[in-house]
Design a protein around this ligand. Structure first.
Ligand code: SF4
Ligand code: SF4
Length: 240
């Protein structure tokens, strides 16, 4: 069974980009934006400021990225791999995609340039862009984890806004050490999608083709949540 999900999202823009886009957002409009993001059922937003080096590496000219994060449904995630599961995951993805257009339209209306980065654009890694936010980490099971949850999906808006609240340091690096001692995903993967050194092998993973979520469901970050895992880790390290 090979099922491709996440069909391309149609263009839902209702408002054109401004001819002379603004590049500074006021606190009031930023608060309004965050409120809108919550109203649309996203967790919240993270922000990536892309360096010249990063842009050259990927051949892009984007500077400022808003990452809209949503929680992938637990009800869908806990289903057995199946066509039905893939269809439901895609439906959820499409619904949040439509809302991401509405948020970008709001920004256009406020005078900013706002374009959605195509979620299926293979030429650029959305994860690499997400990592530039210093607000997430790639787990050993290759999930792009934010503190809010392990099962986070996201859309990205490229914008002219230069003064977003970018983070300059990533305080989630400890997860790499935690993962290297854990290895539950490596041991329990039904497809053996990890090499001899325990490194993830994308080609062998069936998450995006058949809807496997086993490693997510078994992961301590999914079961207990980021804060609890961190607290336990720090206690063990003698930090607390
Ligand atoms: S199961 Fe363990 S090793 Fe795998 S991603 Fe989760 S914490 Fe990391
Ligand atoms: S999603 Fe499934 S196949 Fe992919 S790494 Fe996790 S357990 Fe293995």
């Amino acid at each position: 069974m090979r099922i491709r999900y996440h069909q391309p999202i149609p263009n839902f823009f209702k408002i054109e980009n401004p001819i002379n886009p603004l590049n500074s957002i006021s606190d009031d409009v930023l608060n309004e934006l965050n409120q809108l993001i919550n109203e649309k059922d996203f967790f919240n937003a993270s922000f990536s400021r892309l360096s010249e080096e990063f842009k050259n590496e990927w051949g892009i000219d984007w500077d400022n990225i808003i990452i809209l994060k949503y929680k992938m449904s637990d009800d869908i995630l806990t289903m057995e791999p199946s066509r039905e599961k893939c269809v439901l995951e895609d439906k959820e993805f499409q619904e949040f995609g439509k809302k991401a257009f509405e948020i970008a339209d709001y920004l256009r209306q406020k005078g900013f340039r706002a374009d959605l980065i195509h979620p299926l654009d293979d030429a650029v890694s959305l994860r690499a862009i997400a990592m530039q936010s210093n607000d997430c980490i790639i787990t050993r099971s290759n999930m792009c984890m934010f503190k809010e949850a392990l099962n986070v999906g996201f859309f990205m808006i490229e914008t002219s806004i230069e003064n977003l609240p970018f983070k300059s340091e990533n305080d989630m690096q400890w997860v790499e050490d935690f993962c290297s001692a854990c290895g539950v995903c490596v041991d329990r993967c039904p497809e053996n999608a990890f090499d001899e050194e325990g490194k993830f092998q994308r080609k062998l993973c069936t998450a995006h083709k058949e809807g496997c979520s086993k490693c997510v469901l078994l992961c301590p970050f999914y079961k207990r949540g980021y804060d609890k895992v961190k607290k336990r880790y720090e206690r063990k390290q003698g930090v607390l």
